[in-house]
Design a protein around this ligand. Structure first.
Ligand SMILES: [Zn+2]
Length: 82
């Protein structure tokens, strides 16, 4: 086989990243920030985003790339509406 070994290495790395080495974190659905407080006090706790003041029970499990994309989207929207 004439497969390029360096390319194979790259592919294996990408596959590994897509798989179990991917770290999921909980981020704000509005701005993608991982800076969330879990506020207890009511019957159910609510998440409170430090960055955009989002308050709600819904948050997103995202990997770093997803979080970055949400954040980017939020930043561009914030600029457009400012
Ligand atoms: Zn937020």
């Amino acid at each position: 086989m004439d497969a390029d070994l360096e390319d194979m290495d790259e592919i294996e790395k990408l596959v590994a990243e897509d798989d179990d080495s991917e770290e999921m974190m909980q981020v704000c659905p509005v701005c993608g920030s991982p800076d969330l407080y879990y506020e207890t006090g009511g019957v159910e706790g609510l998440y409170h985003c430090k960055y955009c003041d989002y308050i709600g029970s819904f948050i997103i499990d995202a990997n770093e790339e997803m979080a970055r994309m949400i954040r980017k989207e939020y930043d561009s929207e914030a600029r457009n509406t400012a």
